[in-house]
Design a protein around this ligand. Structure first.
Ligand SMILES: Cc1cc2nc3c(=O)[nH]c(=O)nc-3n(C[C@H](O)[C@H](O)[C@H](O)COP(=O)(O)OP(=O)(O)OC[C@H]3O[C@@H](n4cnc5c(N)ncnc54)[C@H](O)[C@@H]3O)c2cc1C
Ligand code: SF4
Length: 584
């Protein structure tokens, strides 16, 4: 029988950005919070210290900071006709694990999604009519607007010290910024990143093509910064060992150097590591969550942690899995289109072009996770889709994140002296520009529980059914055409487009931008949580993060994840604790 601990005000299942933001805000308001994290304790000062953190083999290739798939993974298939098989090695995405979750080793590209994203269904129908929506496409409005989220985008940007150039200040378009962004109340807290040589070429080329380039917003600090909670960060050194690595300069905003120390300083927050939550326990009415059960991975003991409020902050797959194995809500069935848990799983699609630029010293070894020049002209509904046969789009960028020696293996040869010569010739001349392409929800793409495979704790694995459907490939091909045009304008030779392959593969790394499965909305028959990420039927259960996003935009998600999480924290502290119940 599980050991039962004393109750606390709130429990966070998972300690990444979402768990950390909520822990900071709730403890500052005097609430007691326990964070249960399945991964190990990581002291950034030790774990991210130079020179060990620059071990490319360990972190860049063997994903030393990511989830241990021998304990828990998921199964995958492209369609319901196939048998899903377990993902035995990480590939397409690198799930977070340990203190700070994926936020400890992310890039730091920190976006506000477009106003169109939050009202995608109604704005699409109003501009193009219902006929523009593909068969089986399940886009829906989120039940909240960009305007409602704006103060919380701001909160996240100031907590994480984002550097960038404002594009729209209080409704006035600003020179040098993104003219398509939603209005912001004030500028970014820090100036933008320096522009790389590749960025210079992209800036000039896109301007001459009539587009609107601007510096990508960055959580890699552009100068020393102290956030509103008093957490101090150093300036980025453009070391190039950013994505997949912790930062030895304390210059990449992460939960570890912002919200977690803030929460811990209150003495109201306790993180328990090696604590794998296996169940959310309900009372007999089925309308109230009373506790979570976890396995202490050191002792093997089963422990029950009661709490007044339970927050699932265990990323998309963890959140959806815990709802399903705990029997909370009906699992989505694509055949009957009934049930909501697991519905609208989306990812981040891609497009891009590669080529060679000679005669310039591009210094590709240097860079930072978010160092980029971007155009937003082809994202959201910023361009007329009439006659194009697809909706939405993507942001296009020249990113300079640093070409690390093992991962960057240009030249086409794989071994021996031929490889050495080819790599030496191609290293500083091979270039690419890419698009982060939106992923819209389709009836067949979903998450459920695998009937065969189980994790180390005896629970069924999450089963992913995902492929490119409807007109997704048309959107990618369109953006590939634009990237090809830009790269050619930049003076590149041998330019080749990189459109989507025919089917999604879970093997090569693409992004850790996995969305949906516990989506938000106003209608409980088509969504799991309300726009505060509060469970429709269980009002003291909150399912937090990108699992609540009904679709994926043409940007990385974490700026928007931060905003919806701050909005929830604000509602808990200012309303829920005074009057528990529905926040709507
Ligand atoms: C390599 C990489 C680069 C990225 N770059 C960017 C970027 O540039 N811009 C951007 O916007 N986004 C980026 N992302 C995505 C970004 O990191 C995530 O959106 C964000 O960190 C998600 O925060 P979260 O709190 O929802 O989840 P996570 O950070 O994943 O935290 C969830 C935590 O829950 C724990 N957990 C899971 N299940 C359980 C359980 N059953 N019991 C206990 N604990 C559990 C996990 O161990 C994990 O620590 C990147 C991600 C990766 C991996
Ligand atoms: S590029 Fe900058 S933020 Fe990223 S790890 Fe290096 S110093 Fe840190």
């Amino acid at each position: 029988m599980a050991k039962k601990l004393p109750s606390v005000d709130a429990v966070m299942v998972g300690v990444g950005w979402t768990g950390g933001i909520l822990a900071a805000e709730l403890t500052k308001a005097g609430l007691s919070v326990v964070g249960l994290e399945r991964g190990q304790y990581r002291d950034s000062n030790v774990a991210f210290a130079f020179p060990r953190i620059r071990d490319e083999l360990k972190y860049g290739i063997r994903f030393g900071l990511a989830q241990d798939v021998s304990r828990d993974t998921l199964t995958f298939r492209n369609s319901a006709e196939q048998t899903a098989l377990p993902m035995r090695q990480l590939g397409s995405f690198l799930l977070g694990d340990g203190t700070g979750g994926a936020g400890a080793h992310w890039n730091g590209q920190t976006w506000r999604w477009t106003p169109y994203d939050f009202e995608i269904y109604s704005q699409t129908v109003s501009r193009y009519g219902k006929g523009a929506i593909d068969d089986g496409m399940q886009i829906q409005d989120w039940g909240l607007t960009y305007q409602e989220l704006e103060p919380f985008f701001d909160r996240f940007e100031y907590t994480a010290g984002i550097g960038g150039t404002a594009g729209n200040l209080q409704g006035k378009v600003q020179p040098g910024g993104n003219p398509f962004e939603g209005p912001r109340a004030r500028a970014y807290p820090n100036p933008p990143m320096k522009r790389s040589q590749l960025g210079d070429l992209f800036q000039t080329a896109t301007q001459s093509l009539g587009y609107h380039p601007f510096p990508g917003p960055s959580a890699n600090m552009t100068q020393a910064y102290t956030n509103p909670d008093g957490q101090a960060l150093g300036a980025c050194m453009y070391c190039g060992f950013c994505e997949r690595f912790g930062c030895d300069y304390n210059a990449k905003a992460s939960p570890n150097n912002t919200v977690l120390p803030t929460a811990l300083a209150t003495n109201k927050f306790e993180i328990r590591h090696d604590a794998n939550v296996v169940r959310v326990n309900m009372d007999s009415s089925g309308k109230r969550a009373v506790s979570v059960t976890y396995i202490d991975l050191i002792t093997g003991e089963e422990i029950e942690q009661p709490a007044e409020m339970i927050f699932l902050t265990s990323f998309t797959f963890g959140n959806v899995k815990l709802l399903m194995v705990s029997g909370i809500g009906e699992i989505y069935n694509p055949t009957t289109n009934k049930g909501t848990v697991g519905k609208n799983y989306t990812y981040q699609l891609s497009a891009g072009a590669g080529g060679t630029i000679t005669g310039k010293d591009l210094k590709v070894f240097a860079g930072a996770g978010a160092e980029s020049v971007v155009i937003d002209d082809f994202n959201g509904d910023h361009f007329d889709h009439t006659g194009l046969g697809f909706l939405h789009g993507g942001s296009i960028s020249a990113s300079s994140s640093g070409a690390r020696p093992i991962q960057s293996n240009p030249g086409g040869s794989a071994w021996g002296s031929a490889w050495k010569h080819a790599a030496a010739a191609a290293y500083n001349t091979s270039v690419g520009i890419g698009a982060q392409v939106s992923s819209l929800p389709f009836r067949e793409n979903h998450l459920d529980l695998d009937p065969t495979y189980r994790d180390a704790y005896g629970l069924p694995l999450v089963r992913m059914t995902f492929d490119y459907r409807g007109n997704e490939s048309k959107r990618s091909a369109y953006l590939t055409g634009i990237t090809t045009k830009i790269l050619t304008e930049m003076g590149a030779k041998n330019v080749t487009g990189r459109a989507l392959p025919e089917h999604y593969s879970i093997v090569p790394y693409q992004s850790t931008h996995n969305q949906g499965g516990a989506i938000m909305g106003l209608d409980p028959s088509t969504s799991v949580v309300n726009p505060y990420m509060q469970h429709h039927q269980v009002s003291n259960l909150f399912v937090v993060g990108a699992s609540s996003f009904p679709h994926n935009s043409g940007f990385n998600p974490t700026g928007t994840v931060g905003a919806v999480t701050y909005r929830l924290a604000d509602a808990i502290v200012n309303r829920y604790v005074k009057k528990p119940g529905s926040l709507m």
